[in-house]
Design a protein around this ligand. Structure first.
Ligand code: NAD
Length: 354
């Protein structure tokens, strides 16, 4: 099995590459532009393996995509490369429009060119998985869950750009017959998570005795999934998912942000006791503009049709995650130079020139 993973030096992409290379034994080509969020160190576990290859390239570069796909000759393309941080998309959306929309379009076209030249069984078996987020569905009240049929209603520049790319991926299946499957997943957490996102930021700030910023009143609810559960889901979806379909991925682990932060504090306090309980470092800060109240995924289709189940609960997953950050400062300490915790994503930023 020959698989291209775009964005494989990122958080979820690197978990997927480790899984496909080390556990499944597939031949994997990682394509990644190594933006601020990309990290070669996240691929250390597969470095030097005969079944892993890496190309530094931008998915917006059609020539590079044609060359990479044409020479590697994949059976599958799993597309994760994206600008992924909501706050950055509020501060400046241009990179999100470029990578998430133009880049996805470029990759779809390169994949279509390659696939249309295939024949027989190879052509019939080829699959393109477009990896997306539940944020495309907008915000929920206290009740209800996102289903695959929930209408799109994105709130942030990030989720709007992902929604656009989901529509492109579906259109390439309907119009050109490219065998595309789409997955929409809830919030991920786990090892190798860039420290601008809530969970790693809180773990590292708490370890360093710094303030723990919580947006608004901390009442926004997210449905958390351990990243290795997501990696397994993606492999199952591209293997067994029906062409043209969407599969929602979620761990049935809804938590308020404030409860996530408190949980991290208590796990850390038990593993590395501090002079005072770390909850005392919590600071409520100005809310994110357009902050969706609640996300919650109904993953029944993935569970019943394809037989996937999340293996981690939030409690087991968060303990593993905290322990990983305690044991892997070599990975995260250098990244503090790329992002040192400054506040991003307030709406008073200047409009961008395009
Ligand atoms: P990430 O920001 O950690 O990683 C993104 C990777 O893409 C980085 O390695 C970066 O270098 C690379 N990249 C960015 N622009 C590129 C370009 N133009 N060309 C090539 N590579 C480029 O993101 P993540 O959290 O791992 O998310 C991966 C995918 O999963 C994204 O498509 C995201 O929308 C989706 N997703 C994320 C979550 C989540 O909770 N993190 C949840 C659901 C879906």
């Amino acid at each position: 099995m020959r698989v291209i993973v775009t964005g494989g030096a990122g958080f979820i992409g690197s978990a997927l590459v480790r899984y496909l290379v080390l556990e499944k034994g597939y031949d994997v080509l990682t394509i990644d532009a190594l933006t601020y969020a990309g990290c070669e160190a996240s691929l250390q576990a597969v470095d030097g393996k005969a079944n892993h290859h890496f190309i530094k390239a931008d998915i917006c570069d059609r020539t590079a995509m044609d060359a990479a796909i044409g020479s590697f000759r994949p059976d599958r393309i799993m597309h994760l490369a994206a600008e992924s941080h909501v706050d950055r998309s509020i501060t400046g959306a241009a990179d999100f429009i470029q990578t998430n929309i133009v880049g996805s379009f470029t990759l779809l076209e390169a994949a279509r060119g390659y696939w249309s030249g295939l024949e027989g069984l190879h052509k019939a078996a080829f699959r393109f998985l477009h990896v997306s987020t539940d944020e495309v569905y907008g915000s929920l009240d206290d009740e209800g869950l996102f289903e695959e049929s929930t209408p799109y209603d994105p709130s942030s520049p990030y989720s709007a750009s992902k929604a656009a790319s989901d529509h492109l991926a579906k259109a390439w299946e309907r119009t050109y017959g490219l065998p595309v499957v789409v997955s929409n997943c809830s919030n991920n957490y786990g090892p190798y998570h860039f420290p601008e996102k809530l969970i790693p930021l809180i773990i590292i700030n708490a370890l360093e005795g710094k303030a723990l910023p919580v947006y608004g009143k901390g009442e926004n609810v997210r449905d958390w999934l351990f990243v290795e559960d997501h990696a397994r889901a993606l492999d199952i979806i591209i293997e067994r998912g029906r062409v043209g379909e969407t599969y929602n991925v979620g761990g049935r682990n809804e938590r308020r942000n404030i409860d996530v932060v408190r949980r991290i504090c208590s796990v850390l306090d038990s593993l590395v006791p501090a002079d005072v309980p770390r909850e005392q470092l919590i600071e409520y800060v100005t809310d994110r503009p357009g902050h969706d109240a609640r996300y919650a995924i109904d993953a029944t289709k993935l569970e019943t049709e394809l037989g996937w189940r999340a293996q981690e609960t939030f409690e087991t997953g968060i303990e593993k995650t905290v322990r990983w950050y305690l044991e892997n400062e070599w990975w995260w300490a250098p990244l503090r130079g790329r992002y040192d915790g400054e506040r991003l994503g307030l709406s008073n930023t200047k409009p961008e020139q395009v």
